[in-house]
Design a protein around this ligand. Structure first.
Ligand SMILES: *Cc1c(COP(=O)(O)O)cnc(C)c1O
Length: 503
């Protein structure tokens, strides 16, 4: 990859590895690489400031996206970035607003599931392929890009759908074969794109993610595939090209509230995010760091409450049982993106961060210092049990007629706990991360227990009767689609699968 001249570097936003201070790349280079060779994640060297929020409140989603993303991706020309944005946020979304908000049960639900695969991953994965292809051109890349993806359920289909038949790319998705919902699985195994490969793994998401990261940074394998004309990149939220587009909708949500007179200029809001890999909430943290008036970032976990324990004790400890819940996209014990936050609260110190990540790898746990903990005061960790999650779906529906999915319900229940414990009635936005149709069985049985025995696809029509929300095209598509991907492998077979597909 070409690196710029010194004067060129001086004038651009640079991305550093969280584990090696000597690595500095421009945005397009960091997007192409995905993960740093040292296993670290790329982080912006500085956080740009947001412009006038009252001006942004007059902008539509695309204009907001350009304003927020441009200073992060400043080696893209205006023209290049605008083209990427135009191609991403088009009729693939079933609403012009792209990310509409709905007030219910005392909070604003920011619906991030109006894209092609009906989960919030579409918000970033609609644009990532365009950012990547543009980055390849800018850097005179002469290799085919191979996207390696581990998924807890939603990233897989969103990435497949973004990269399907995109020239110059191939994509391989690994999902935990018994750890995703039936709809999530069907969405992936019916993918038609000619450049796609979907593999069910005998293991959980953490196993998949660790094996994919290892494959990614394996020197010998990288050498072999380079000779064949390939280069690896990532569509997981470890890629900065995923994270930056996710900042946009928090700014958008704030400025809609401002425009609609729900908040006054400068008034702070709370943001609650159902969290797994810590990508979505990290984007909210970056939005706050850019100057968005945010009071609390409420990090909501399901029963895999490793983050709840971390925020309440200062110790991150993954040594515990992995629990399969009704919010599978949050069934994660190693939240990759937390590394970026750890790096920042440690004073952007790669050595300090590396030591903690080494401890996580070796002992499965690490403890942060009191001064690092102080910098976490804007975060509050809460969690919801399976029972509380179901109860939230039911009570919100009974109170307002609004139906939310299981992940969003984890956030809703966590927020209710936060609110009653703190008495804080700051205006609150809850990230609504998936359409309830994606988890029909859990949602319908939470509302009507008598239907608990039925399967997901059978309950789609019942969910329509309950919610009166149109059945999304993504669901209609899989109802009769052919299964095209049947490959399965063990955790140790992931590297061979990758090499086999690239033969
Ligand atoms: C991925 C996902 C999450 C978790 O988001 P992170 O960025 O991994 O924290 C929550 N809900 C749904 C529906 C998801 O697909």
């Amino acid at each position: 990859m070409r690196t710029g001249f010194f004067c060129d570097i001086m004038s651009h936003m640079l991305y550093k590895s969280t584990r090696d201070g000597n690595i500095r790349l421009k945005a397009s280079e960091a997007i192409l690489k995905g993960l740093s060779d040292d296993g670290g994640l790329f982080v912006p060297e500085s956080i740009p400031e947001l412009g006038s929020l009252s001006e942004i409140s007059e902008m539509d989603y695309k204009e907001t996206a350009f304003t927020v993303m441009k200073p992060f991706l400043d080696d893209f020309t205006d023209e290049e970035l605008k083209t990427c944005i135009d191609r991403a946020y088009d009729e693939k979304f079933d609403t012009k607003e792209i990310a509409p908000m709905r007030y219910a049960g005392g909070a604003y639900y920011l619906e991030l599931f109006h894209g092609k695969t009906i989960a919030f991953k579409d918000m970033a994965l609609s644009i990532l392929p365009h950012l990547m292809i543009t980055s390849a051109k800018k850097n005179d890349l002469d290799k085919e890009i191979v996207i390696l993806t581990a998924t807890s359920g939603d990233t897989g289909k969103a990435a497949l759908s973004g990269f399907a038949d995109v020239e110059g790319t191939r994509i391989i998705v690994f999902y935990p074969k018994d750890g995703v919902s039936p709809v999530q699985k069907l969405q992936m195994v019916t993918e038609k794109g000619k450049n796609t490969h979907v593999v069910g793994v005998d293991g959980n998401f953490d196993d998949c993610q660790s094996a994919v990261k290892k494959t990614f940074t394996d020197r010998d394998l990288n050498e072999r595939i380079h000779k064949k004309g390939y280069i690896f990149s990532s569509a997981n939220s470890i890629n900065i090209g995923r994270l930056v587009p996710q900042i946009v909708y928090y700014v958008y949500a704030y400025t809609r509230l401002l425009k609609d007179g729900k908040i006054k200029a400068g008034e702070k809001i709370n943001i609650t995010v159902p969290t797994g890999n810590f990508g979505n909430i990290l984007a909210a943290y970056y939005a706050k760091s850019m100057g968005l008036p945010v009071n609390k970032l409420i990090c909501a976990s399901n029963e895999n409450k490793v983050l709840f324990d971390f925020f309440n004790s200062g110790t991150y400890d993954r040594n515990r049982k992995f629990i399969l819940t009704s919010s599978p996209s949050m069934d994660i014990l190693i939240s990759s993106n937390l590394e970026r936050l750890i790096y920042h609260i440690g004073g952007d110190d790669p050595e300090k961060n590396s030591a903690l990540m080494e401890a996580l790898k070796k002992e499965g746990r690490y403890e942060i210092t009191p001064s690092m903990r102080e910098k976490l005061s804007c975060f509050s960790g809460y969690f919801a049990s399976e029972e509380e999650t179901g109860e939230k779906i039911k009570s919100l529906f009974e109170e307002s007629g609004y139906v939310i999915d299981t992940h969003t319900a984890v956030a809703g229940a966590a927020y209710d706990k936060y609110r009653s414990e703190s008495g804080d009635d700051t205006v609150t936005v809850i990230a609504s991360t998936a359409s309830p149709y994606k988890f029909a069985k859990s949602v319908v049985s939470a509302i009507d227990g008598s239907l608990a025995g039925e399967d997901d696809l059978k309950l789609i029509d019942r969910l329509f009767d309950i919610s009166k929300v149109k059945i999304p095209a993504a669901i209609e598509e899989i109802r009769n689609a052919d299964i095209l991907h049947r490959t399965e492998c063990g955790i140790n077979g992931i590297m061979d699968e990758v090499e086999g597909f690239l033969k």
